[in-house]
Design a protein around this ligand. Structure first.
Ligand code: ADP
Length: 279
């Protein structure tokens, strides 16, 4: 059966009709960051209204913490959400269909595990995007709650701030501004590829922090692979820089780093599958 998968991120929102791990149709709209969740749901219901006869269930993946159908921001800088927003209740009312909700990176981890780069083997998924998210599939189970929120770990940053505050797309843009350039992360990558040293240095710093994170994850969870997604994780040259920063590690201790195979669709594919099987 076809499920409507929705993925609300700090920069963009995707909606897709998904069947058996395949996207049939999709659309992307910018996330109107200041408008808030009621407005996002209302506008999504409107923009997907032409699809309404084609699915019975809805899976929504969102950045932040999802528990008991309620949604809260963990890092309000990525996307501001009222604490404990009743996401499942409001979305069911707006769409008039059963809704399940999950964290976006956990949903993407499930998508990559089942239909993408994980090939059914235990993985840790990392998304390097506006913020940094992650998901853990261990012994074939997706860990829920706070598990996998690697962007919020503090041990790797000098000032004990959340890791994403010194690594993510938001950080890359803020560093560009400090260097005197009004550029978003995508621009910084473009300039790095053209050989502009200041841009290359920022990207490299981000990649080196992700490399250290991967090494620590290997020691904590020993996944078969670490799957890297997100627009930054998948940007040209980024994964190679992470690998270069990993350097020489004895083979048994090194991580198998692979690019997310479902690319931008991992979240909607994963959440659609989770919604299909949820009771
Ligand atoms: P979200 O955070 O909404 O899930 P993305 O995974 O697309 O969305 O991440 C958005 C971040 O990725 C922004 O910081 C944006 O500037 C950056 N970005 C988008 N496209 C590219 C690109 N081609 N190369 C590098 N960075 C990109």
């Amino acid at each position: 059966p076809t499920v409507l998968g929705i993925d609300i991120g700090g920069t963009k929102t995707m909606a897709a009709l998904v069947s058996g791990g395949t996207v049939i149709e999709d659309m992307i709209v910018p996330t109107a960051r200041e408008a808030g969740p009621d407005a996002w749901l209302a506008s999504l219901a409107q923009s997907t209204s032409a699809w309404s006869g084609r699915f019975r269930r809805i899976g929504i993946a969102v950045t932040g913490l999802v528990e008991d159908g309620r949604w809260s921001a963990l890092n309000p800088a990525t996307l501001g959400i009222p604490d404990g927003y009743p996401l499942v209740e409001r979305a069911s009312a707006v769409f008039g269909k059963p809704v399940c909700a999950f964290n976006d990176a956990q949903a993407a981890a499930w998508g990559e595990y089942k239909f993408g780069a994980g090939q059914g083997r235990d993985i840790v998924f990392l998304t390097i995007s506006t913020g940094i998210g992650g998901g853990i599939v261990c012994n074939g189970r997706l860990l829920s709650g706070l598990a996998g929120h690697f962007g919020l770990i503090r041990g790797l940053s000098e000032d004990r701030a959340p890791l994403e505050d010194s690594t993510s797309g938001r950080w890359i843009a803020s560093q560009a501004l400090k260097a005197g350039f009004k550029a978003d992360a995508a621009d910084v990558f473009g300039r790095a590829l053209k050989g502009e040293a200041w841009a290359g240095a920022i990207v490299s710093q981000s990649a080196s922090r992700v490399a250290t994170l991967c090494r620590d994850i290997q020691m904590m969870l020993d996944p078969k692979s670490i799957v890297i997604g997100g627009s930054i994780g998948l940007a040209e040259g980024y994964l190679d820089r992470v690998r270069a920063h990993l350097g020489e590690v004895p083979p048994r201790l090194s991580s198998d780093l692979v690019a997310a195979k479902l690319a931008g669709h991992a979240g909607v594919i994963g959440v659609a599958d989770l919604a299909e099987w949820a009771k």
